[in-house]
Design a protein around this ligand. Structure first.
Ligand code: C2E
Ligand code: MG
Ligand code: MG
Ligand code: MG
Length: 283
């Protein structure tokens, strides 16, 4: 664009400022108040322990129910929250909501550990470790109920900063997981140094596992790498029984995907778990 001087301010007129970016800008502004207006909701997707056939973990996935636009997905608004800085507040809301839900389930006799997605910007939020520690102790919860998922690309954006943030969180007893593995560019030596305990294979390698020989080779290689580094493996995007069987054969510890369940509201999660455990009870 070209610059124009007006009232001592340089204003940029950009051709790209089209309808789309105007919409993004207004969403970005509205997102700031979305938490207070109670427009965000957390859904929970089961992580199946493949060898034991039980579910004791869930990933927390945020949704925004916008009063006019309806459901806005995280792939659309998380990047906006990151750009505006609102992500820090959002992440804290997600953590508190997840811990409260964990407690509610526990009082119903259900033990579900919760995994929360953390952005690159959260890793440079100096307040986060103390915030988490206080949230846990207020609820008399062990840090072991909580996992943070960080994408491979977030880790590799600022590997050294990420490393020191993760070291502190891991020292506190929070489990750490590398999300969307295979889509970033981490090296073996960087991976080896990261204080993580779990690697999540990106769904793009898992969705067509049963029909794609190349995906099988890639997944198998990821599993071998993870196990050699002492990490457990989660496959996300498991959409059919055949893929689940392949993952089981490869020694993958956890499966997450529509074949087991879509992300669910808390009450639906409890109902799903009840049904699932019932099915698994031997006759
Ligand atoms: P993710 O952390 O990799 O989460 C997995 C995504 O895959 C979720 O999409 C989930 O609904 C979807 N998924 C699960 N199983 C299947 C399947 O079998 N097939 C297919 N096609 N998809 C499946 P969702 O909920 O739309 O979230 C998208 C991304 O948004 C997440 O990817 C995560 O990066 C981000 N996100 C979601 N919630 C949060 C949050 O609270 N904070 C942050 N920072 N990011 C979040
Ligand atoms: Mg995740
Ligand atoms: Mg993922
Ligand atoms: Mg993803």
């Amino acid at each position: 664009g070209h610059a124009k001087r007006s009232h001592h301010k340089v204003v940029f007129y950009r051709e790209e400022l089209n309808q789309h970016s105007v919409q993004r800008l207004s969403l970005m502004t509205e997102l700031r108040g979305a938490i207070e207006r109670d427009e965000l909701q957390l859904l929970y997707q089961p992580k199946l322990n493949i060898s034991e056939g039980v579910v004791s973990k869930a990933e927390c996935l945020v949704r925004w129910y916008h009063p006019e636009h309806g459901l806005v997905g995280p792939d659309e608004f998380i990047p906006l929250a990151e750009q505006s800085g609102a992500i820090r507040e959002l992440t804290k809301w997600v953590i508190l909501t997840a811990l409260d839900q964990h407690l509610r389930w526990r009082s119903d006799g259900i033990d579900v550990q919760v995994a929360v997605n953390i952005s690159a910007l959260d890793l440079v939020d100096n307040e986060l470790p103390a915030f988490v520690s206080e949230a846990l102790s207020k609820r008399r919860l062990s840090p072991s109920v909580l996992t943070f998922e960080v994408t491979e690309s977030a880790l590799m954006a600022e590997p050294e900063q990420a490393m020191s943030a993760l070291s502190l969180l891991s020292y506190m007893g929070i489990a750490l997981s590398i999300d969307d593995f295979g889509t970033g560019y981490s090296s073996m030596s960087q991976l080896k140094q990261m204080p993580v305990s779990e690697l999540k294979i990106d769904k793009s390698f898992v969705l067509n596992l049963a029909s794609d020989q190349q995906d099988c080779i890639l997944v198998k290689a990821c599993v071998e790498l993870a196990h050699n580094l002492g990490l457990s493996v989660v496959a996300e995007g498991v959409e059919d029984e055949a893929s689940l069987q392949i993952l089981k054969r490869y020694g993958v510890e956890y499966a997450q995907g529509y074949w087991m369940s879509r992300p669910l509201k808390p009450a639906d999660f409890s109902a799903w778990l009840e049904e699932f455990s019932h099915q698994r009870t031997p006759a």
